[in-house]
Design a protein around this ligand. Sequence first.
Ligand code: GLU
Length: 441
Amino acid sequence: MVTTRFAPSPTGTLHVGNIRTALHNWMFAKRHGGRFLLRIDDTDGARSEERFVESIRTDLAWLGLVPDGEARQSARFDRYEARFAELVASGRVYPAYETAEELDLKRKVLLGRGLPPVYDRAALALSDAERAAFAAEGRRPHWRFRLDADAIIAWDDLVRGAQRFDPKLLSDPVVRRADGSWLYLLPSVIDDIDMGVSHVVRGEDHVSNTATQLQMFEALGAAAPTFAHEALLTGSEGKLSKRLGSLGIAHFREEGIEPQALVALLARIGTSDPVEPFVDPAPLIAAFDFGRFGRAPARFDEAELAQLNARIVHQLEFDSVADRLPAAMDRAAWNAIRPNLERVDAAADWWRVVEGPIKAVIADDDRAFLAEAARVAETIDWSNPWPALTGALKEVTGRKGRALFLPLRLALTGREHGPDMAALLPLIGRARAIERLSAAS
Ligand code: GLU
């Protein structure tokens, strides 16, 4: 059974990079008929906020990424305590007393000698008496996970391929602070074990965490999940931009972006497959494969998103947008106006054109023609008025092409461009059309 999890810290709203990670976790789970879990990483009580938990849930719901379960780290402290105690008992976790300044000094000395700044494990050599002396001084230990320095760490990453780390070049990671609070590393492993997570999908900024976490899985007697570390997103200018870190769902909604556009884009950028406007994510899911992701950063381009969004909007069914349209706008009106839209809320602008009043700027030499148009409009069959009107006017006036169509469009809509007049004119209707043509003459 495939189980993935998206594990955001509720210290802010989701940004486009997190959203992409969530999406890929969801898609991979769906692709394999598995489960997609939401795990709220809220061990940091001071920085986590309930309103961000809410916004994460709302954002995922808007995108259509419905979790099959939700867990909160803050509800699992007892569990972490128990597994931590086991690791302390087996000697895989040990207390260390160095202050931040002492550690910093050690690092500088090693770097100064051209050596990797790996923690020297001095704390492991402390005698009971020395530890007792620290305690008597009021020093409280932080806790490190003791890496097995002889076991080369290796895994086959679904995106990055074969990965290899020499544990001798890694410091024993701190898993718990002196005040008893947890760092992310160990609780995450405990959760992944307890929740049966089969695949961990996250950004490549976590690669070195994975190296140490693999030994934690082993120390806790569990098989490690499979990992997929994705290349990060960059802005369209090709650099890691600050802007990306602040782009969230609120921004996209303001820009009129549909969830399907965001899903279709984020599913494909960074892969060798073309970005395509799928309204239904099923084909994206069916083709989802980490093997198709490259190791180069994926470029996120808002202009590309806007274009894709228009192509999505052109496909949206009336029923899926009705609640966002002016109340009087019906299916026929939506279908007529839809091909002209870049965003759904712009339908209201065209609906105002249909309902009027409109303001049209008419050239003097078109006035007689439009007067004729008003007369013809009284006589034609209104079951399919545009071909009837233009056909009759062509005969009577000899005008054709732009000279025929443009003044009519201008007089009827007040604009030079817009939806297909054959679709728009029936919406404007006989009475309003005759009135507008007369007014323009
Ligand atoms: N809370 C961690 C983060 O947001 C989770 C990383 C992971 O997926 O394991 O970076």
